[in-house]
Ligand binder design. Structure first.
Ligand code: PLP
Length: 372
């Protein structure tokens, strides 16, 4: 049994608890020139929101263009086709997949189900706090434990902190904003130790950036029928953040209850682009390489300057600026870069998202000039 509540409860009705390869190299620079929208303003490079400025990839662009003429119709068929394709690749049934408006909608629905009636979300901080904010908004409670000394989710502390009111445990792997991650084996042991009344939400928004996703994704536990929701997105590796396509993987009974709270099917052009990008392995591999190179440039520059940093496995780097983060961000803005927001728990730390390799070289130069 899980402790998610159904829409009936949200509507004031009686509660209804539910049971629980090898790829040829591709030069990204060979793609069409980036449009001006890829910067926040002329002359300002956007390294702020963990996007992939290389996207949309070539296949997604072609699909987007072709989908324009279909914009008159409701895209139910397109959503079902993408759902079937994802299910097949993941070894699941279509009933295990919910296509959503960005993975934000997965977090939103999970938060509604968990927070209704005062239920509790348990997580570590800092992390992506959207689910927590939604649980609070619906009158639920949120308990946030600190990350461990290496800025990873502290699974032992979380396990010990589970209480009777806990309905949802949110894990972000790799974690935003720190970029740190936990191997799949540790997450599997954690999920296995959860009481039956608790659902675990594993946010894998950045896991696709790793080449060994199969080892570390919790999709095998979805297949096994655990009380678990995996959230994924087309906003990161696929470079489609503006099109708002994500998905949940979970047991069919969980997907069914989540689906009742879903608002609308995502846009047809967005679905077309996501479907094309899902099959564009060349673009995905090229993006992974570009991001890895950007991370290598950035982490080396920070290390050379003696700046402490979290060990990242994502497309961003979290580092100690050595002073108040807002002042550093303002200084970098003067040098032409917009960066991620400050974090109350880490007032001197800042998150920089990966742009193109050329942009990260510029950023490394700006760091040297700032600290030099
Ligand atoms: C960890 C994490 N999850 C989910 C999201 C939401 O992404 P989207 O709604 O674009 O899929 C983000 C966005 O930055 C994120 O960092």
């Amino acid at each position: 049994m899980t402790a998610f509540l159904s829409r009936r409860r949200l509507l004031g009705m009686p509660p209804l608890l539910f049971a629980a390869g090898a790829v040829a190299p591709l030069s990204l620079t060979a793609q069409p020139a980036p449009p001006a929208a890829r910067t926040d303003a002329p002359g300002l490079i956007r390294l702020a929101a963990n996007e992939n400025p290389a996207g949309p990839g070539p296949a997604a662009r072609a699909a987007l263009a072709a989908a324009t003429g279909d914009a008159w119709k409701y895209p139910m068929g397109e959503a079902m086709a993408l759902r079937a394709m994802i299910a097949e690749r993941e070894g699941l049934t279509p009933g295990h997949v919910l296509i959503t408006d960005g993975s934000t909608e997965v977090l939103h629905i999970a938060a509604l189900l968990a927070g209704a009636g005062g239920g509790e979300l348990l997580t570590c901080a800092p992390t992506f706090d959207y689910a927590a904010s939604q649980v609070r908004a619906i009158g639920g409670t949120v308990r946030e434990l600190p990350l461990d000394a290496a800025m990873r989710f502290d699974l032992a502390a979380l396990r010990a902190a589970v209480a009777p009111a806990t309905r949802l445990v949110y894990l972000c792997n790799p974690n935003n904003p720190t970029g740190t991650w936990l191997p799949g084996s540790e997450l599997r042991a954690f999920i296995a130790a959860m009481p039956a009344a608790v659902t675990v939400l594993v946010d894998e928004a950045y896991l696709e950036l790793a080449t060994d996703m199969a080892t570390h994704s919790m999709v095998d536990r979805v297949r096994a029928g655990d009380s678990l929701v995996v959230a994924r997105t087309f906003s990161k590796l696929h470079g489609l953040a503006g099109l708002r396509i994500g998905y949940a993987l979970a047991r069919p009974d969980l997907i069914e209850r989540m689906g009742r709270l879903k608002l609308v099917v995502p846009s047809g052009p967005g679905l077309a682009a996501a479907t094309a990008s899902y099959q564009d392995f060349e673009f995905q591999a090229a993006s992974r390489r570009e991001i890895a190179e950007g991370v290598a440039i950035t982490t080396a520059a920070l290390a050379a300057l003696g700046r402490p940093q979290a060990e990242t496995r994502a497309n961003f780097v979290f580092f100690d600026t050595g002073g108040p983060a807002p002042a550093f961000m303002a200084a970098m803005r003067q040098r032409g870069f917009s960066l991620g927001r400050p974090y109350a728990s880490h007032p001197t730390w800042c998150r920089v998202s990966m742009g193109t390799v050329a942009q990260m070289r510029q950023f490394a130069g700006a760091l040297q000039a700032h600290y030099g």
